[in-house]
Design a binder for this molecule. Structure first.
Ligand code: C2E
Ligand code: CA
Ligand code: CA
Length: 749
């Protein structure tokens, strides 16, 4: 026992040396655990020690004096009853000296109550009640010291009367201190909330404390000698436990969370901290684990997290969660893929429902709305309830303003059906505000604020509608959407018409054909030029049906001109890439030509250089098909694209239309002149016809004529004109040049 206690005492001493403080709970725990281990080992070695002690006592009784003398740490004492004096050995430097004092002096060194204890022990011995005197008492002094005193009668008178008592004494101050500390430690550990388990180097339980018993349902006796794997849960792979052991063996500790299994099979999540302890004197290695059950805590954390991120009433996300998720979404988004939209949806009648039917009904309505909104979500869309009657949605797949408009309309239509609350059908309308990332803010909260202000505008606009945060943007968007709707209408209502701009052959001195140019006869705005709507036609694909109409109209017109004797006249029609891509262009034209009894030379198709270059292979295939019909193909706006002249050789084309940008600069600008000359030279070798468009004055016309240009087209000869004026021009009735009535388009001014 002494060895183990000395170890405990030593650990106290070293803890004190190291400036240990009671407030340092971390150290306290470790120290307590250490002492606990010591106690455990003590219990183990208890029987052995008991034996040893008995033997020592026997020996002592027989040879007490010699023993006392030899023992370096113990002192010895005599008490002569006759002289009532005490003799004791005392260390004096390196020597041991004897001192003798009257017992009254001795009594003065000892606190009164301990004097009583000593006298009591001696009295019991002298009375024959106890064979040995054994007493622990204190010595007064600056620091109280504890002595343990043992002894018995060593000299008797002939009549058996005791004359002298003698024995040994020992300073047990350190021991008493350690004993007290270990008692406290044991108490603390036994009553500790945390479960403590001690296992040996073979990972078998040595002992556990009551908290551990309570936590796992196993009692200490059951576990002693059992492998710690008894409590392992199947939730972890064997490799997980192997890793723990490896780490324990290498670093001496492991800390983490793991699942364990109770005796009743229940699983529990524990936070575990295991440290290795090496015990003197035989370097026994033990593992001390402190465990706490965090299953409930973790479950609560989950609940709290859910509470923190969810609206308890509707179960959808709350404002915080929405902001967080939106920020994450923004961080992962590419602005180049289009804007992200945030829609704030405010219910227009919740207040009335609350007032008229009560708050429970209001709550039910909110739940129903949340369900309906959830049904409007696609995978990955964010939905949250921001406040009393406000929801927010970030639809991740609607990445254009148009798509967001569509989505907002879709949401509004989702509210068309009334909500059933307490057996009553309640109609609620939404007011929706929309903001766009990154245009209206880089952060989620800014976007929500922007959507909020837009929502108020939607409310002000009469509810059951939506508004974009930026009115200007919204305005532009609305106009565009309006236009799209109107264009679809225009197609249905036949509001399109063609105007014709003559091409004039310089060599022949006459009009050889007309370019058909599209106009929209807008009921309010009059004739609208193609720059305003052709891009939209192309985007929406409406250019395909409209383009077919243009072709049939233009070909019907050219047939009429030819029937009237102008059989050399052709018509040029602009086609966009989309029409070529659509595939059946040449079949369509073939049918038209056939129906109208026209030869292919009645038609020229104009396609811009850039549209041709979008997909040259497809274009080449289509152009070859068209060629087989006998019609000619012109490259429009030539010079604005980047196709090399050499490349043109491969293209089945017949005509180059030099862009008006070059024509505008001649004859003054040397560069433009050179370009036109070069194009003309090259066209001659490739046997291509060259048309100059945008010829606005006589100087340009003369310059081009001198270079030997084939045809000119432009305001100088004629603006685009209505069909009846075109016929007049052909029959020589109309005036030439700019005096002809010009029609529509931004250039027609
Ligand atoms: P484009 O094919 O280059 O047509 C020539 C444009 O130049 C026409 O504008 C015409 O009015 C204008 N113009 C003619 N002479 C002069 C001039 O001396 N000076 C100036 N500054 N401009 C002149 P418009 O009619 O507004 O057409 C614009 C564009 O719309 C056309 O350019 C063409 O790319 C497209 N477009 C017109 N009609 C159709 C069509 O039926 N289908 C398709 N796909 N596109 C069309
Ligand atoms: Ca053209
Ligand atoms: Ca052009």
């Amino acid at each position: 026992m002494t060895g183990a206690l000395a170890l405990a005492a030593a650990s106290v001493a070293s803890a004190q040396d190291a400036g240990w403080e009671a407030s340092d709970t971390h150290h306290l725990l470790e120290w307590l655990v250490l002492v606990f281990v010591v106690l455990v080992v003590q219990r183990y070695r208890g029987r052995v020690r008991e034996l040893a002690r008995t033997q020592a006592a026997l020996r002592e009784r027989d040879e007490h004096l010699q023993l006392a003398l030899k023992a370096s740490s113990d002192g010895y004492w005599h008490y002569d009853l006759g002289s009532d004096s005490v003799l004791y050995s005392a260390p004096d430097g390196s020597q041991v000296v004897e001192r003798r004092v009257p017992s009254t002096t001795f009594r003065g060194w000892v606190p009164a109550e301990d004097v009583g204890k000593i006298e009591g022990a001696i009295a019991r011995h002298l009375a024959g009640q106890e064979r040995e005197i054994e007493v622990e008492f204190r010595l007064n002094g600056e620091q109280i010291r504890w002595l343990q005193l043992r002894g018995s009668t060593v000299l008797r008178a002939d009549d058996g009367r005791p004359l002298r008592l003698a024995g040994t004494y020992r300073d047990i101050t350190a021991f008493r201190r350690a004993q007290r500390a270990s008692r406290i430690a044991e108490e603390v550990i036994e009553s500790m909330h945390e479960a403590v388990a001690v296992s040996n180097a073979s990972h078998e339980y040595v002992t556990v404390n009551p908290a551990f018993e309570q936590m796992t349902g196993f009692c200490a006796d059951e576990l002693a000698g059992q492998p710690v794997a008894l409590l392992h849960s199947d939730r972890h792979e064997p490799a997980f436990y192997r890793r723990i052991r490896t780490e324990l063996e290498s670093s001496g500790q492991w800390q983490g969370e793991l699942w364990q299994r109770r005796k009743n099979g229940e699983e529990l999540l524990v936070a575990l901290r295991t440290s290795r302890i090496v015990l003197a004197p035989d370097n026994e290695r033990l593992y001390v684990s402190v465990l706490s059950d965090i299953t409930v805590r973790r479950r609560n954390e989950h609940r709290l997290q859910r509470l923190a991120s969810h609206d308890p009433l509707t179960g959808v996300g709350n404002r915080n969660a929405f902001l967080q998720q939106l920020d994450a979404l923004i961080a992962a988004s590419d602005a180049a893929a289009g804007p992200l939209g945030v829609l704030e949806i405010d219910l227009d009648r919740l207040k009335q429902v609350n007032e008229n039917l009560g708050h429970d009904a209001g709550d039910e309505l909110l739940q129903a709305v949340a369900l309906r909104l959830q049904a409007c979500l696609s995978e990955g869309d964010l939905l949250a309830r921001l406040g009393s009657d406000e929801f927010a949605i970030a639809p991740i797949s609607a990445r254009t303003p148009e798509a967001l408009v569509w989505y907002a309309q879709f949401l509004i239509s989702a509210f068309a059906e009334p909500f059933m609350v307490r057996g009553r059908a309640i109609t609620v309308t939404p007011s929706i505000g929309i903001s766009l990332w990154p245009e209206h803010g880089a952060e989620a909260r800014h976007l929500v604020n922007a959507a909020d202000s837009a929502m108020y505008e939607a409310k002000a606009a009469g509810r059951n509608t939506f508004r974009f945060h930026s009115q200007a943007r919204y305005q532009a968007l609305r106009e565009r959407l309006d236009l799209e709707r109107r264009i679809r209408q225009a197609v249905e209502r036949n509001e399109f018409l063609l105007v014709y701009q003559p091409r004039y052959s310089v060599a022949a001195g006459r009009v050889t054909g007309f370019e058909a140019l599209l106009r929209w006869r807008h009921p309010e705005r009059g004739l609208v030029g193609p720059d305003e709507f052709v891009p939209l036609l192309e985007e929406t694909g409406l250019v395909v049906p409209v383009g077919r109409w243009v072709l049939s109209e233009a070909l019907a017109q050219v047939r009429e001109w030819r029937q009237r004797g102008h059989d050399y006249i052709s018509v040029s029609v602009n086609v966009s890439q989309r029409q070529i891509h659509e595939g059946s262009l040449h079949q369509f034209i073939a049918i038209l030509l056939n129906e109208l009894g026209l030869r292919g030379d009645a038609l020229e198709l104009e396609i811009t250089e850039s549209q041709l270059m979008d997909d040259p292979d497809e274009a080449i295939a289509m152009l070859e098909d068209l060629h087989r019909l006998g019609l000619r193909v012109a490259i429009d706006d030539f010079g604005t694209g980047y196709s090399s002249l050499a490349y043109l050789r491969k293209l089945p084309i017949d005509i180059l239309k030099i862009d008006k940008a070059f024509v505008a600069d001649v004859p003054g600008d040397a560069d433009s002149s050179v370009i036109i000359e070069t194009v003309l030279g090259m066209a001659r070798t490739l046997k291509l016809k060259v048309v100059a468009e945008g010829v606005e004055n006589e100087a340009q016309a003369r310059f081009l004529a001198n270079l030997g240009i084939d045809e000119i087209q432009g305001y100088w000869y004629s603006r685009p004109i209505l069909v009846e004026n075109a016929l007049a021009l052909l029959e020589g009735r109309g005036a030439k040049h700019a005096s002809l009535r010009s029609v529509g388009g931004p250039q027609a001014g």
